[in-house]
Design a protein around this ligand. Sequence first.
Ligand code: FCA
Length: 329
Amino acid sequence: MQRRMFVSLIAAAAAMSFGAGAAHAADPVKIGFIVKQPEEPWFQDEWKFADQAAKEKGFTLVKIGAQSGDKVITAIDNLAAQKAQGFVICTPDVKLGPGIVAKAKADGLKMMTVDDRLVDGTGKPIESVPHMGISASKIGNQVGQALADEIKKRGWDMKEVGAIKVSFEQLPTAHDRTSGAVETLTAAGFPAANIIDAPQAKTDTENAFNAANIAITKNPQFKHWVAFGLNDEAALGATRAAEGRGFKADNMIAVGIGGSESAINEFKKPSATGFFGTVLISPKRHGYETSLDMYTWITEGKAPPPLTLTTGALMERGNYEEVRKQMGL
Ligand code: FCA
């Protein structure tokens, strides 16, 4: 009896020294989180919430920034060499889809995508890879509605308003977001001819600034401007370009998508800027939940849901703290 107790004590001590989660004690869980633009606050936030999941569950999170296809491939190889079992990725280019899937398979890693969904050679989403993204068209509709409401509130004549559509057509979620905004804006009576396409080369503030600058320069006929794009960086770039051309808060309404630090900093400025609002989306769901999904997949063999689309809520200068709190941020 005493001997048996001694043996089980030793077993318990051994299990403890390997850490919690005894079933995989010899094989610690390691998960990669690869993002395309690590400097962007949205991705910093995703990482922050992924870290929270890692802390709670006791796995190791490997955060990697990969701005090109080459870097993605190197990142996957590195993860395999470090004995990671899986990764979550927001790819720098969705067309890399088949290559990334093949690489993960060759290296024996589980993968799921976040934000930007991989496409195959014909441009169709790769449905075999679990994905969490935003409900892009609906959130675009919310942006368009916010713009239309504010134009009306200010009593502007829509004929005299230009709309900068900062576009990034090669990314399906970007296309869906801006199309949603256009749809709602025109349904509210905004003239389609006043929507000026401003294609950006990359989805950051600088490229949005350059794109918007050209749009404004080429269209001196407008008295007021509104702007939208796929994220806050697009709306901010357009805001800065408009400011440079003399269109400040009272003649510019930009609405972004995101609600991370770039937007908050803008709302915190002592006086209002042309960055009127943003549709807050959840970096917590996209960072915490995806990492947890991957952890469950690795430890219990239960694959994440094939497709999860998250929602957003409009927030403005006057209510951003409240709206963020409501979303648990
Ligand atoms: C895309 C955009 C990001 C963010 C994310 C949810 O990846 O590039 O800015 O909006 O979707």
